[in-house]
Each structure stands twice: as structure tokens, then as C-alpha cells.
Design a protein around this ligand. Structure first.
Ligand code: LLP
Length: 421
């Protein structure tokens, strides 16, 4: 459930009309709803009741400091994958003791940053990375709390580009090598490998792959304990899907029950790393219609947002619901249109043959489910600015990232001496 509904004929975020916001900040812009973020966090937290757990919000889904802070105030930790995200999580007030650092390619500088901050855990994904972390930690005279990410070789049955738990994916160490790598970890200075991590993919709409992955995790944990390793922590990753269209996403309560059933008896502290589940349906991208163009076979609605602002449709053929900000009259006819952006690529298409009520130039459209992997994946392709992000709370709103203008971006370019003058 989210808090984007029609009020007085206009789509609103909580009590703020998106048309009003468009007048204030210009289009396109992202708008997030605090009440929706909070609701999603609480529902998931309740689903995990009875487990000793921390919800580490996957900052990669939405790295806005105001969004992270909204969640941190409810007790969220953070899952980060770079020094930049670590900086954001700390700036948002996430306690270091609730931060996990994931990712296959941490640099030594990032490891040092994480150790200096004193984060809860680094999730290590290969033996060379383990050795590097040992060297960095030993040089500092500290011990790194580590979980080793195993690759359970389970098909998450999601889009190929966001599947991470198959043997052929780059993530984690093969689950059947766990004994070797934990034995190695025990001998390395500066490493305390007391956790096991897993993450099999994103936008999962079926709990079955989780069941198989977590059962494997449990078996590995029991085996490692039998080898004398003191396994106290499990990181179950993120990946729970959300409804973008009509797909049924598993209820968080069912996920929680499954987790309790499979790993509850291990008595471990459990971390989970949801991103999309918390932020996805807590945000929309608002765009204005520039032109309606009649092609010989299609009607194109050309909007002022583009693939550089929201790349998911272009990159994953992702479906995002699109609705007019002005509420259409009941029973208004819906006609098939292609909703496209101004970027010079055919892939710059938000929807193909989508049935929408009549829209005309100047109208506003909201592209829904854009709160996760939206603004964070934006680029300045085609010389376009980075669009603003607005956070609504009840009847209040705040611009939580202003538009970054094309001039500012150009100012990073430097002419070499031979081109000056
Ligand atoms: N933990 C790890 C280790 C991850 O790699 C990810 C996502 C998450 C947690 C959070 O997953 P979530 O709960 O948000 O599904 N850009 C793609 C999604 C990439 C996900 C990458 N990893 C998209 O727009 O669909």
C-alpha cells in the first residue's frame, strides 16, 4: 500500500498535490512519500518479529540522505556497497553498528574507511578479497567482523541482469567451498569470520528460491559449527519483489514465517537488506507531456523525462505503471500510446502500446514505483540535468536534492592547455 492517491481530482503524495509540486520545482522530478517509506519499513519489521534482527536498508536502491535518515529514525541500519554509500549512511545518522558493507570489488581504501568507521560487518565475496581485508585490518591493528557470502547456486527466477545466486554469477564463493574459506579465514590475522551471507537476486516474486537458498545457508552454518567455527550471524540479503503491474508479490509476513522456520532455530542475529521493498512504491517520477505525435502506426506521447532519469524500462524492459496526475473522468476511454522521452535512442521508451486516457501537451504524468533504482541510476546523458528529489510528509514537502543544472555538470570539464583561448 502506498500514499499516492487522487485527492480533489489530482494525484497527491500524502496531502500534497503533485501538480502543485510540479509548479514549484519544475518537471521532471522524483517525489517520495515519508508515510509510505515508514509503512513499508514497519510492515517488514513486524514480519520479522521474534527473530533477533536488523533491517539494513539497501542504500543502492535510494541513496538520498533524507530517505535514509527517515528509515534510520525507525531503527533501520544500512547495506552499503561503496565508500560513497557508506558516507551517505553515516551522514544520515545510521549507527556504524548497523552497517554492513557488501559487494564483490571493495578497494583497500573502502575497507579502511569501513574499519575506521567501526561498521557491524564486511561481507566478503572471494578469497583474494579476504586476504586483502586481513592485510588492511592487521596493518591497523584491528579485527574485521566478517560474513562470507556464499553462492548457493539457486535460480531466483527473476530478470537475468538482477539474478545473483547462480554458480555462473560473479557473486559470493561457491557454497561447497565454505569449509575451505572459513578455515583459511581462521588462520588470517585481523579477520573474525562469524557470519554467513547470501543474496540471490532482486525483484523475487516467489518465496521458493529463498527457501532453497536459506536451507543451504542453514546447512552450511551447521557444517561450519561442526568444524568448530562460531557462526553467530546470518545476512539473508534483500530482493523481495514488489507489484509493478499485476504481479503478486509475496507478503512480508510469509517471508518472515519462512525465515523463522528455516533459520530461526540457529539462534543467530539476522540481518536483511531490502531496498526495493521499502522504497520502490514510495516514489514516483513526475513528468510533463511535451508533444503528442501521430506516427503512421503509433501514437507517441513525448514527455520531458527520459531514460537518463529512469533507466529501468530501457535496461530491463521493466514495466512501470503510468497515470495522469489529473484524475480522468470515470469511464474515460483508454487508447494505446507509446510514452517516450526526448533522448536520441529508441530505447528511451517508458511504455509501449500502453492504454492511457487521452493526454495532451502540458499534462502531467506520474511514472509509478520509481522510488527504488530511479534517481540513483540517473545519468546526465544527452547533456541533461539531474532532476530534483522531493520528500513529502503529510501536508509538507521539502526538496531533498535540488536540480543539478547542465551548467554545473559542464563546469567539471577542463580544457587542456592546447585548446585554451
Ligand atoms: N543486498 C545485495 C547484496 C544486493 O546486491 C542487492 C541488490 C540488495 C541487497 C537489494 O535488493 P532489493 O531488495 O532492492 O531487491 N537496478 C536493478 C536492481 C539491482 C539490484 C542489485 N542488488 C533494478 O532496477 O531492478
Amino acid at each position: 500500500m502506498d500514499h499516492f492517491t487522487y485527492k480533489n481530482g489530482l494525484l497527491s503524495a500524502e496531502d500534497v498535490s503533485l501538480a502543485d509540486l510540479a509548479d514549484r520545482v519544475g518537471t521532471p522530478f522524483y517525489c517520495y512519500s515519508r508515510a509510505t517509506l515508514e509503512r513499508h519499513f514497519r510492515v517488514f519489521d513486524e514480519a520479522l518479529a521474534g527473530l533477533d534482527h536488523t533491517i539494513c536498508f539497501a542504500v543502492k536502491a535510494n541513496g538520498n540522505v533524507a530517505v535514509i535518515k527517515t528509515l534510520a529514525r525507525l531503527g533501520a541500519g544500512a547495506d552499503v556497497v561503496s565508500g560513497g554509500e557508506l558516507m551517505r549512511a553515516l551522514a544520515a545518522g545510521v549507527p556504524a553498528s548497523k552497517i554492513v558493507f557488501s559487494g564483490v570489488g571493495k578497494t583497500r581504501a573502502e575497507m579502511a574507511h569501513a574499519l575506521d568507521a567501526g561498521i557491524y560487518q564486511l561481507n566478503v565475496e572471494s578469497e583474494p578479497e579476504l586476504v586483502a581485508l586481513s592485510e588492511v585490518a592487521a596493518a591497523k591493528g584491528v579485527t574485521a567482523d566478517v560474513a562470507i557470502r556464499i553462492n548457493p547456486d539457486v535460480d531466483a527466477k527473476t530478470h537475468a541482469k538482477i539474478t545473483t545466486g547462480r554458480a555462473e554469477n560473479k557473486f559470493g564463493i561457491d557454497w561447497d567451498r565454505a569449509r575451505d574459506i572459513y578455515a583459511r579465514a581462521r588462520d588470517l590475522p585481523g579477520i573474525d569470520a562469524r557470519g554467513i551471507a547470501v543474496h540471490i537476486g532482486s525483484q523475487l516474486t516467489d518465496l521458493e528460491p529463498y527457501r532453497r537458498a536459506y536451507a543451504r545457508l542453514r546447512d552450511v552454518a551447521l557444517d561450519l559449527r561442526a568444524q568448530g567455527h562460531d557462526i553467530q550471524r546470518l545476512d539473508l540479503g534483500g530482493g523481495l519483489g514488489i507489484p509493478y503491474n499485476e504481479e503478486q508479490a509475496p507478503p512480508p509476513a510469509d517471508y518472515g514465517a519462512m525465515v523463522r522456520e528455516i533459520v530461526g532455530s540457529l539462534g543467530c542475529h539476522v540481518t536483511v537488506e531490502p531496498g526495493r521493498l521499502i522504497a520502490g512504491n514510495a516514489g514516483v517520477l513526475v513528468t510533463r507531456v511535451l508533444y503528442a505525435k501521430e506516427g503512421s502506426t503509433r501514437r507517441f506521447i513525448i514527455v520531458d523525462a527520459a531514460m537518463n532519469d529512469l533507466i529501468r524500462p530501457a535496461l530491463y524492459d521493466a514495466y512501470h505503471a503510468i497515470v495522469p496526475v489529473e484524475e480522468p473522468p470515470a469511464g474515460a476511454p483508454h487508447l494505446p500510446v507509446d510514452v517516450v522521452g526526448p533522448v536520441c535512442e529508441t530505447g528511451d521508451t517508458f511504455a509501449v502500446q500502453r492504454h492511457l486516457p487521452a493526454v495532451k501537451p502540458g499534462d502531467l504524468l506520474a511514472i509509478r514505483s520509481a522510488g527504488a533504482y530511479g534517481a540513483v541510476m540517473a545519468s546526465t546523458y544527452n547533456g541533461r540535468p539531474l532532476v530534483p528529489e522531493v520528500l513529502v510528509s503529510g501536508g509538507d514537502h521539502a526538496v531533498v536534492r535540488r536540480r543539478v543544472e547542465a551548467e554545473e555538470i559542464m563546469a567539471y570539464d577542463v580544457l587542456p592547455p592546447w585548446l585554451e583561448g
